[in-house]
Design a binder for this molecule. Structure first.
Ligand code: PMP
Length: 447
């Protein structure tokens, strides 16, 4: 065989051999439906598999280094493996990770969070954002004795039957804007669950209030994410939020803020930017310092529904790993480092990211726009920034263009959330933002 031939054969063999990621995915498909435990890791033709992360970088099994703007869907506020968290967890690991006893770590973190959040007189910890939203909804029902909740069309609040209604609404299912449909996500969702969820359009006060009025006697609470990711990473307008809050107060319903993601946007959560005070707040992601977490915080009178010392106990609440000391010490170490100065610095950096991305769009003269607030941004392949879920919903052409853009960014080693969303970490600086906007310009020019 000639030298040229043998090199061709080697190339052909290499091309047919699966990469490490492909091989892992094949194994995964044998033991997990779809090859994963969380659909969000799926990418074509196979997921990326991480080996390690440090700061704003992640190394995958192929040895590639990624600049991480996904940050585990926003949970890694300081990026990966921050020293203060490693030290706190290391200390705790040697002393045990979970007990059928309370720990001082739990009390210390509860004290810290109640002091940090003006609207948190009391707090309880759980294990995920899904669980936090579920507990908040159950608390609203227990407090008011009413069954229904209202939520914004398209907003993601986790997997609880009621919370997920309308999250995947599409043009063929979402119904009239005056009365958005309660669209199920999971097959088999009981019609009774759908009937308990009232869907309102985002930032459309008149329509939302008209819908709420029709259910006034039955509504336990209104769940709102103030900068909802799936709705487009568009900040809720002050007038909209205040109107919902005032309506809830007038009608004996509760206002529940889902700050599972948005707590990262200010020192005390996005709610700090609004006059209205939520009765309950659901927390998660960042406050676990990289470990599974959720929390429900709120007004003392409302949080009393969880009180196991009252008789009868209105809302029994437990969880084998709730408030485990690893999460508690990791969370506290993380939040202490995310002080006002760190919040401000990250938000200034994120302003810069949004403006550089907008400059790239203007330079490339492509139909695209940027939404976002705090330390989050989202790229839409639309000329005009969307106002709500329906206008943010990508057409098939826009979805295809976004897919191409993300593929180009991946080629440049930049990891974004597959909706075109980025969540910054404090491990980033202006060099990372320059890399992001340079890649964006290249991607747009290629379109
Ligand atoms: N609420 C919001 C706003 C979220 O973004 C998420 C997760 N993406 C959740 C709730 C659910 O949190 P978890 O994935 O921890 O269950």
């Amino acid at each position: 065989m000639s030298a040229a031939n043998s090199s061709d054969v080697r190339k052909a063999v290499a091309a047919s051999e699966p990469s490490r990621s492909e091989a892992l995915y094949r194994r995964a498909l044998q033991v997990m439906p779809g090859g994963c435990s969380r659909n969000v890791i799926l990418r074509k033709p196979h997921p990326l598999y991480a080996v390690s992360g440090r700061g704003c970088h992640v190394i995958d099994v192929e040895g590639r280094t990624w600049l991480d703007f996904a940050n585990n869907m926003g949970s890694q506020i300081h990026g990966h493996a921050p020293a203060a968290v490693i030290a706190a967890v290391h200390r705790q690991l040697g002393d045990g990770t979970a007990f059928s006893m309370g720990t001082e770590a739990e009390i210390r973190y509860a004290e810290y969070m109640c002091q940090r959040m003006p609207n948190a007189d009391r707090i309880r910890f759980c294990n995920s954002g899904t669980e936090a939203v579920m507990c908040a909804i159950k608390a609203a029902r227990a407090f008011t004795g009413r069954p229904k909740i209202a939520k914004v069309e398209g907003a993601y609040h986790g997997l609880y039957d009621y919370a997920e209604v309308s999250q995947t609404a599409a043009p063929n299912t979402w119904g009239a804007v005056e009365r958005p449909a309660s669209v199920p996500v999971a097959s088999g969702t009981p019609a009774s669950a759908l009937a308990e969820v009232v869907v309102v359009p985002f930032n459309d006060t008149a329509r939302a209030l008209a819908i709420l009025e029709a259910h006034a006697a039955d509504l336990a609470g209104i769940v709102i994410d103030l900068i909802p990711h799936r709705v487009g990473v568009i900040p809720a307008e002050e007038g909209f939020v205040n109107a919902l809050g005032a309506w809830a107060a007038r009608n004996g319903a509760l206002l529940i803020c889902d700050e599972v993601i948005t707590f990262r946007t200010t020192y005390s959560g996005a709610q700090q930017c609004y006059a209205v005070r939520p009765d309950l707040t659901a927390l998660g992601k960042m406050i676990g310092g990289g470990f599974p977490v959720g929390a429900i915080a709120g007004r003392e009178e409302v949080m009393r529904v969880f009180d196991p010392l009252s008789s009868p106990v209105r809302l029994p609440h437990s969880g084998t790993f709730s408030a485990n000391p690893i999460t508690m010490v990791a969370g506290l170490a993380t939040m202490e480092q995310f002080d006002q100065q760190a919040v401000d610095r990250l938000n200034v950096l994120s302003d810069r990211a949004r403006s550089q991305l907008r400059e790239a769009i203007a330079t490339a003269k492509v139909a695209a726009c940027i939404t976002g607030a705090g330390s989050m941004f989202r790229i839409h392949m639309k000329e005009v920034p969307p106002q709500n879920y329906r206008s943010a919903y990508p057409t098939s052409v826009e979805a295809e263009r976004l897919g191409k853009l993300l593929a180009y960014m991946e080629d440049k080693g930049i990891l974004l959330i597959n909706t075109g969303t980025g969540m910054l970490s404090t491990a980033m600086g202006s060099a990372e933002i320059d890399r992001l906007s340079d890649a964006m310009l290249g991607a747009l020019r290629q379109l």
